[in-house]
Design a protein around this ligand. Structure first.
Ligand SMILES: [Mg+2]
Length: 404
């Protein structure tokens, strides 16, 4: 059966949120990110891009390239709120959807109607989102998840594009190979050096040649170029979560030990988020007392994966929750409301140094295991976490699919 897969992507999301708050920023070159000397650009408006500005660039360089740009310090709680608003509209409009990142969604419209019906339905959904939130959004609709994502990119800004069934290959053919999701800078250079610049050339190549040059990634790229790679949607559940619990061998009231354990749990979960390229918007803490009564407390937070934002909130929750002066049998930390995403949303108060510190620590953990580096405060809680990756496990809790 032919599928109808819709891909929706909010245009320059952080920038659009800022323009919602201050309409004077419309059509002006705008940089959002860390405003300090060592800040990083988290998002930039279309007006800045012809000056060579892009996200992830040091703010001081962006300001030099585009001196007339208005610079705004990002605010992740505003973006989280807007992201939830859009999610709610999509949730009530379609039967199955995937939240691929804070500003990007897939919806399966198969069987809802004939194809023209799906396009009409998608257009109405887009109009509704724009009307109710004031945020510009674009979409692509086709029989294929990857083709729809590429179509959204071609439609942008603030537009929509349908690729009819049977026309996936011819739609992809004239595009630059850079447009294929998973072709990064390095792969792009490798292919360019071989004289491959258009998708049509990949389409004409035997798959074996692509795999001999790029291995498994070459096969994926070849399939995507030919409209043959169509991964399934990962249905969105807000309660998707990762968690760690520990039952003590002996019930305890040793506050240093308890807080150290909680700290280590939060640190490990935050690392797992980053490793899976996820962000979380909800944390909760659980205590079970020696009389087996169990209490939990949760708090909503702006999307993040940063230790310095997650750990203090977890400790605060624990301190609020621990009210009965009874021995404790079990403690646990859970992180939920997960979406795909990377450090980008944490770039507003982080300097390049802090980002490199996170990267360096995580690189050591990736190589030598979760416990190879820990903050001094969590040393002593030796057996927290483990080498398993919840994002690779079976069944998968959530799949990392940022790099599609
Ligand atoms: Mg977007």
């Amino acid at each position: 059966m032919t599928k109808n897969i819709l891909h929706l992507d909010l245009d320059t999301f952080f920038v659009s949120c800022e323009r919602l708050i201050d309409s004077r920023l419309q059509k002006k070159p705008l940089l959002v990110g860390g405003i300090g000397d060592r800040g990083v650009v988290a998002a930039c408006s279309y007006e800045t891009r012809r000056f060579g500005v892009h996200s992830g660039m040091p703010m001081r360089l962006a300001k030099r390239l585009c001196p007339e740009a208005v610079v705004i310090r990002g605010n992740s709680s505003i973006y989280t709120k807007q992201s939830h608003l859009v999610t709610d509209i999509i949730k009530e409009s379609v039967p199955v959807f995937e939240k691929a990142s804070i500003d990007e969604f897939y919806a399966d419209l198969s069987g809802m109607d004939k194809f023209f019906g799906s396009y009409k339905y998608a257009s109405e959904l887009r109009t509704k989102i724009i009307k109710e939130t004031g945020l510009p959004i674009s979409f692509g609709l086709s029989s294929n998840k990857i083709v729809s994502k590429v179509a959204t990119g071609e439609a942008k800004p603030n537009n929509q594009l349908r690729v009819d069934y049977g026309f996936e290959k011819s739609f992809m053919a004239p595009l630059s190979i850079k447009k294929i999701p998973s072709v990064g800078d390095k792969t792009y250079q490798t292919l360019r050096n071989l004289g491959i610049d258009r998708v049509s050339i990949v389409q004409q190549m035997p798959v074996e040649m692509m795999s001999s040059v790029l291995g498994l990634n070459g096969i994926t790229i070849w399939k995507r170029a030919n409209g043959l790679d169509n991964p399934p949607l990962i249905p969105f559940h807000e309660r998707k979560s990762i968690s760690i619990e520990r039952t003590f061998e002996k019930d305890t009231i040793n506050m240093v030990k308890l807080r150290t354990t909680i700290f280590a749990m939060a640190e490990n979960l935050a690392y797992q988020l980053r490793r899976g390229e996820k962000l979380a918007a909800c944390i909760s803490v659980k205590i079970r007392y020696s009389d087996f009564n169990t209490y939990t407390k949760q708090v909503k937070i702006p999307y993040t994966s940063a230790d310095h934002l997650i750990i203090p909130r977890v400790l605060e929750l624990f301190d609020n929750l621990y009210q009965r002066r009874l021995l404790i049998r079990l403690v646990g930390v859970k992180i939920s409301d997960l979406v795909s995403g990377n450090y980008q949303i944490n770039l507003f108060d982080d300097t390049e140094e802090m980002l490199s510190l996170y990267n360096a620590l995580d690189t050591i953990r990736n190589r030598y295991g979760d416990l190879s580096v820990q903050k001094a405060a969590s040393i002593g809680a030796k057996s927290i976490g483990g080498s398993h990756n919840p994002f690779n496990g079976e069944p998968p809790i959530v799949l990392a699919h940022r790099k599609q």
